[in-house]
Design a protein around this ligand. Sequence first.
Ligand code: 13P
Ligand code: SF4
Length: 328
Amino acid sequence: MQDEFSLLREEIAVLKKTRNAIILAHNYQRDEVQAVADYTGDSLELSRTAASIDCEVLVFCGVHFMAESAAILSPDKTVLLPEPDATCPMAAMIEVASERKIWKTFPGYIEQPSFVFPHNFTLRDMKLRYPGVPVVAYVNTTADVKAESDICCTSANVIKVIESLPDEKVICIPDRNLSMWAQKNTTKHIIAWDGFCHVHDRVTKQDVLDARKRYPSALLMAHPECRLEVLELADHVTSTSGMLRYVKSSKSNEFIVGTELGLMYRLKQDNPGKLFHPLRTDMICPNMKKTTLRSIIRALRDNEKIIRVPDEIRGRAKMALDRMLDIK
Ligand code: 13P
Ligand code: SF4
């Protein structure tokens, strides 16, 4: 039976073949986009795939920093971002240097086991304040921020990355919640940036208590971009693909999902007998939802929306990404 997307899928299959293209999709993409992808995954898995896959064109269905990382890791490939306006607001919360001061404050954040650097400063200000302290950049950053950093991390490997460094003090940018989570799981001293993901940071302790009441038999999973007050009450804290693995290996049949709702697609596909409830029904990242089958077709057909990173930045950013990828 033909569904509303079948003709678009056929067109994509033909274009993929003519252009020797591979489609990568993040776990938060629309269902139909994940369905058409050659590989789906979390940020770490997609970076590894982008670095190793053999093709001429990579279509990155995700947000800008992800396609940029793919372009940094695979300079010989054409990397297409079907929706170039699909950006991550958290990545825009830190700049290397800036003439303008962005005087923003983020009230409502209390838990501070280590110093949180306010983001009316820049990364360079921070490095001057802490000379010699290594910078761990979450992959949710721009290429020039990565280029100014020592090593990258994702939500899947942040603790491993921090522990791999010989230093006792580490700067973690830009997600304050991921940093707080790391601080709880390492004896090192973490200096955090005051950035956050608006999709995960909106979840409160009360949301967890309410969900637990509504679904008393369910296990609760939370992404480390959630606040520490949420993470401390979760049964399991992990990246999006970490959640997929956790559910697969768990004997439990019911789960509360504390991340962007795009993950529901694969959770349900991979585990037809299990039940999934959103921790909040509004955990939707508008940028992750911008990519459609039509925009994939346009990108492949017109060869527009190519992501390019200037060589000087690319080389240094690649070192930070490679150091992360070298950690097994
Ligand atoms: P992961 O898939 O790496 O857990 O990433 C979450 C995220 O917010 C990506 O933007
Ligand atoms: Fe950025 Fe959050 Fe959207 Fe991920 S879910 S792209 S961190 S805003």
